[in-house]
Design a protein around this ligand. Structure first.
Ligand SMILES: Nc1ncnc2c1ncn2[C@@H]1O[C@H](COP(=O)(O)OP(=O)(O)OP(=O)(O)O)[C@@H](O)[C@H]1O
Ligand SMILES: [Mg+2]
Length: 274
């Protein structure tokens, strides 16, 4: 077994033992939902800042903040190989966790899944305009950015479903928009569709500072993850790391399977289903 794998296994086991201890104290994944909020209960970082799952998102935040400080990274694409691996829930929780950071970073969560954006619904919003409208209808940025009353967090919804999402995301206008947004925010999280279905994540990944690949443990085949990574590499998108979802106590085994040949340290996030 390589030194990296062994080190990762140790980190994973230690973190799981911490999480298990906290689960015992808090009776598992029970989330104290804030009843006066329209936000989906799976935005655990908002509803229950002390839940074990929130802790896992905070670990992810710590890794990202340290990466961005060392390498001056700001824009991050969240994607996965196939559909339904937990990209949107991960991107949203990550944005909330980053916004809660005491260093008061201004965070933008962009719904860049122009085909079936779900973030508005997840946050209980009914936006007038979104990303696709900025790119195709000449809508001003101020009309699309939403303040949802969470400190340091702004939302850019996906907008009306366009006929040509990949072209819009690869347009000069999109590049200009990202440049403008970089000037306004400290961290930008872009939720996207799956890599193996459409080209959008590669297109956005090449314009961003890096990509996080969500991997659903117990479902996604290793070959699919490798294929997704190849597609992203071909698009000149840089994979910064993996986020494992749907992981429970069998975590170290999955770590072996996914990262044996990969140097990046995966982060584990396990959210309760709706
Ligand atoms: N960390 C997690 N652990 C377990 N289940 C999760 C996790 N994150 C999300 N899920 C569940 O997985 C399902 C899909 O989540 P989500 O919509 O975020 O996936 P997605 O990758 O964005 O899907 P799509 O490809 O359709 O955009 C949901 O039922 C959600 O509750
Ligand atoms: Mg999604």
């Amino acid at each position: 077994m390589g030194k990296i794998t062994e080190a990762l296994r140790k980190v994973a086991e230690e973190s799981m033992s911490r999480i298990e201890k906290r689960q015992e104290m808090t009776h598992g994944y029970i989330v104290t939902q804030k009843t006066d909020s329209k936000l989906d209960s799976r935005i655990v970082t908002f509803h229950d800042p002390t839940a074990p799952v929130t802790e896992q998102y905070k670990m992810l935040r710590t890794n990202i903040l340290s990466l961005s400080a060392r390498r001056n990274l700001k824009t991050f694409v969240v994607t996965s190989s196939i559909q339904g691996e937990g990209k949107t829930i991960t991107a949203a929780n990550l944005a909330f966790a980053l916004a809660e950071d005491l260093n008061a970073k201004s965070v933008l969560l962009v719904d860049a899944d122009l085909r079936k954006g779900r973030i508005s619904r997840l946050l209980g919003l009914t936006p007038r305009a979104g990303l696709s409208d900025l790119l195709s209808n000449g809508v001003p940025l101020s009309d699309a950015l939403l303040d949802i009353g969470v400190k340091n967090l702004t939302i850019l919804p996906s907008g009306e479903i366009p006929k040509n999402p990949a072209e819009l995301l690869g347009s000069v206008k999109m590049r200009q928009l990202l440049t403008e947004l970089r000037g306004k925010f400290d961290a930008i999280i872009l939720d996207t569709p799956p890599v193996m279905s459409v080209t959008d994540p590669g297109v956005l990944g090449s314009q961003s500072d890096g990509v996080f690949l969500v991997v659903q443990a117990g479902r996604t085949q290793r070959a699919s993850v490798q294929h997704a990574q190849q597609l992203l590499n071909q698009a000149h998108a840089r994979v910064l790391g993996y986020i494992l979802t749907n992981v429970e106590y069998h975590l170290p085994e999955y770590l072996y399977r996914y990262i044996d040949s990969q140097p990046q340290q995966p982060v584990v996030v396990d959210t309760p289903s709706s």
